[in-house]
Write a protein that binds this ligand. Structure first.
Ligand code: IDP
Ligand code: MG
Length: 138
């Protein structure tokens, strides 16, 4: 699917509560825009526990699920649709590894994340999850 030269994708991106608290909303959006990704939709909201369960449904059997739900519902978040050529993989490259301590310097998580849970940002991991997540949030 990625061999198309004009593979325009949409990713659902969430600046998690720690990112909002750290006042790096603008910094994160700048990193996307400098890479010529487009902010198509954007809103600030507090995620309900019900919506959090739906968003993270694939993780419900994990031992960290309750911590994850507490974290993502702990304060306001910024939710966006970020679009552009190969947007899904490019957003994830800009994010860095899930574990902030292993994420490279220069990535969002490497520069601003705390650990494997408190990691500043969510980005869809596939075209299918992007569609599901965009329907949940917009
Ligand atoms: P991703 O956000 O890089 O796609 P996922 O494996 O989908 O990573 O996990 C979703 C979120 O759950 C992570 O962003 C992080 O906040 C949290 N998380 C992932 N793995 C762990 C873990 O092993 N312990 C605690 N929290 C975790
Ligand atoms: Mg994921």
């Amino acid at each position: 699917a990625n061999d198309n030269m004009n593979n325009i994708e949409k990713s659902l991106v969430i600046i998690k509560p720690d990112g909002v608290r750290k006042k790096i909303i603008g910094e994160i959006i700048s990193r996307f825009e400098k890479e010529n990704l487009t902010i198509e939709k954007l809103k600030m909201m507090k995620i309900s526990r019900d919506l959090a369960y739906k968003h993270y449904q694939d993780h419900k059997s994990k031992n960290f699920f309750n911590i994850l739900i507490d974290y993502i519902t702990s304060g306001p978040v910024v939710v966006m649709i970020v679009s552009g050529k190969n947007a899904i993989s490019r957003v994830r490259e800009l994010m860095g590894s899930t574990d902030s301590k292993k994420a490279k310097q220069g990535t969002i998580r490497g520069d601003f994340g705390v650990d494997i849970t408190i990691n500043v940002i969510h980005g869809s991991d596939s075209v299918e999850s992007a569609k599901r997540e965009i329907d949940l949030f917009f």
